[in-house]
Design a protein around this ligand. Sequence first.
Ligand SMILES: Cc1cc2nc3c(=O)[nH]c(=O)nc-3n(C[C@H](O)[C@H](O)[C@H](O)COP(=O)(O)O)c2cc1C
Length: 206
Amino acid sequence: MATESRVTEIPAIKILAVSGSMRTDSKGRYALEATLNAAQSHGAHTQMLDLCALDLPMFRPGSRSEDAGVHQVIEAVQWADAFILGTPDYHGSMSGAMKNFLDYHWREFAGKLFAYLCTSHEKGLTAMEQMRTTVRQCYGWSLPYGMSFDSGEAMNANGEIISEALTSRIHMTARDLVVYGSLLKQQFAHDLAAENKDTFAARYRK
Ligand SMILES: Cc1cc2nc3c(=O)[nH]c(=O)nc-3n(C[C@H](O)[C@H](O)[C@H](O)COP(=O)(O)O)c2cc1C
């Protein structure tokens, strides 16, 4: 059976992109939008969570927030089957806004697939590695590669991608996120519903 035809048998995957830049003209957000558009062409339903627009309060353990942004984030994360986390490279690390977003979550990430994007003048490897570590700590799965680009080289002033390498990486990521994310979603749901105790999903049964 061809891989592409197998995906069409599974309900459409829901992908949430999270933009961790606090710049209204974030180049990372433009690339995330391009990745979501590519994922839609593979049948995904998509949503963008722009942390710049939300201005999420600093996470405080144990306190219930009435902030509308917090509720929007929680709803969006619960909706999603797979994620693309996008951050600018800040001192070789993810942005504070992205880390603060991640601190709100734990069990919700289990069994779900994550892709990574970093805007960096270097390769963004350490920033993406930190996001990958956080996701692993929450028992999420990660694609084994990331997307990184220097916006001064890969985009024009309007935020349009002019790099073939970035375009190719975006299309590969979108396709892989839909295919592998759908398979993980299906298997995790199957393992949750089964009675076998000898699976990773068993610990998430209610
Ligand atoms: C506080 C701060 C620290 C930064 N540190 C780095 C860095 O270590 N390496 C790097 O390549 N770029 C660094 N940058 C540049 C940003 O990563 C770069 O401007 C990025 O493209 C912005 O992405 P955005 O357009 O999505 O906001 C830093 C920028 C700021 C504001």
